[in-house]
Design a protein around this ligand. Structure first.
Ligand code: APR
Ligand code: ZN
Ligand code: ZN
Length: 368
């Protein structure tokens, strides 16, 4: 057992605080990781505000890279000193999905079994719930060994740590779920961190046209720097008509792949109608539980064909995707540094939360 500093959300809606926490020695199948960098994500704010569940106190932070400090009994895939990127859930290797060779859809994922706890004050001993099973706004954290993926140690932690969540969601929505490949036309609706990564992923995969759609011109300007070939401000022009026009040169009726990265029924409907016949819609924006599928004519679902997909965590398989994307980053083919807007200290997380909706910040990253 050891004690470290960490960012904890003690109660619903209250500003997060810096606490001392207890980290148990790793048990069987577990690892303690010395965190080097961890990105600040919307989901951390949702945890703080009680929007995920009420299992307070939460240990926040989940887009992280660091060095393995110690491993428990039976851990063979990583060892102390390894540079790793963390993922939300270790896959089981035994369930139906794993058996089908699709471990990215594993039905039986797990996190560390032991609990980290608060060390000081009246609440000393209270068990912490790590955000997305990680909890990496902390000098060290305890995770399942399968949540650690070794990547090339020459990579900058602040950049590759982002593969642990939002950037992977966007890259994977394009590359894994949307199957974007050479010559495809792609439209991305919503150019926040997730949409921007979907643009970067589409460019990387060789798309011939990448159309960025947003309501904020600053986002559209940034989308150009990530390789978008066209931009549409959907407050100023009908995005469906604009996408059909841009992709229509060879008779197409829309984009081959349309990626919805907002998570709203209106934008889903736009994506639905902006796809070419037999095209693909990928929903990666996360809707709220109250939202409903738009009231679309079933004949249009039937008549346009193609596929309507959702992308969960970019359908990523960390053991396959994290090392590959890190290598592409080191080769200069994927600019992960461009997602890092600022590097901040562990005491600045609450301030970073207020900047999340500020159009100028793509990601704040805590450096430890
Ligand atoms: N049409 C087009 N773009 C829109 C619209 C709209 N009607 N409404 C909002 N946007 C844009 C915003 O201007 C912003 O650029 O969508 C983008 C959303 O970006 P962020 O709020 O930064 O969210 P991001 O982190 O990219 O995540 C996107 O996926 O993970 C989920 O909860 C997350 O639902 C959100 C989505
Ligand atoms: Zn996240
Ligand atoms: Zn499984």
């Amino acid at each position: 057992m050891q004690q470290v500093k960490a960012v904890v959300a003690l109660a619903k809606g209250e500003p997060v605080t810096l606490q001392t926490i207890n980290i148990p020695d790793p048990g069987p199948g577990e690892a303690v990781v010395k965190v080097q960098a961890c990105g600040v994500c919307h989901t951390d704010v949702h945890y703080r505000d009680g929007g995920i569940n009420d299992d307070f106190p939460f240990l926040l932070g989940h887009e992280a890279a660091g060095i393995v400090e110690a491993v428990g009994l039976g851990v063979t895939e990583i060892e102390p000193g390894d540079f790793v990127v963390l993922n939300w859930r270790a896959v089981c290797g035994n369930c139906r999905a794993c058996g089908r060779g699709e471990p990215q859809y594993c039905f039986n994922t797990h996190n560390a079994t032991q609990k980290m706890t608060l060390a000081d004050g009246e609440l000393a001993g209270t068990e912490l719930t790590p955000a997305l099973g990680i909890g990496a706004f902390a000098e060290k954290t305890l995770v399942a060994a399968g949540q650690c993926t070794k990547v090339d140690p020459r990579a900058r932690p602040a950049a590759v740590g982002l593969l642990g969540c939002g950037v992977m969601a966007g890259l994977g929505a394009a590359i894994n779920t949307g199957n974007v490949g050479r010559g495809k036309t792609v439209a991305v609706i919503g150019c926040g961190g997730v949409g921007m990564a979907a643009i970067a992923g589409s460019v990387l995969a060789g798309a011939s046209k990448v159309i960025a759609v947003d309501i904020d011109d600053r986002k559209l300007e940034r989308a150009r720097t990530f390789g978008a070939t066209h931009t549409v401000n959907s407050r100023q022009a009908d995005p469906v008509a604009a996408i059909k026009e841009i992709c229509g040169a060879n008779g197409a009726d829309g984009a081959d792949v349309v990626i919805e990265a907002v998570g709203r029924p209106e934008t889903y409907e736009q994506a639905f109608y902006a796809r070419d016949l037999a095209g693909t819609v990928v929903l990666v924006g996360v809707p709220t539980p109250e939202m409903k599928v738009p009231d679309l004519p079933l004949i249009d679902v039937f008549g346009r064909g193609g596929s309507l997909k959702s992308s969960w965590y970019g359908d990523c398989l960390p053991s396959r995707d994290f090392p590959m994307l890190t290598d592409l980053y080191l080769q200069g083919r994927l600019d992960l540094d461009a997602f890092v807007s600022e590097e901040i200290g562990i005491g600045d997380v609450e301030a970073a939360f207020t900047k999340i909706h500020d159009g100028d910040v793509l990601r704040s990253v805590v450096i430890l």
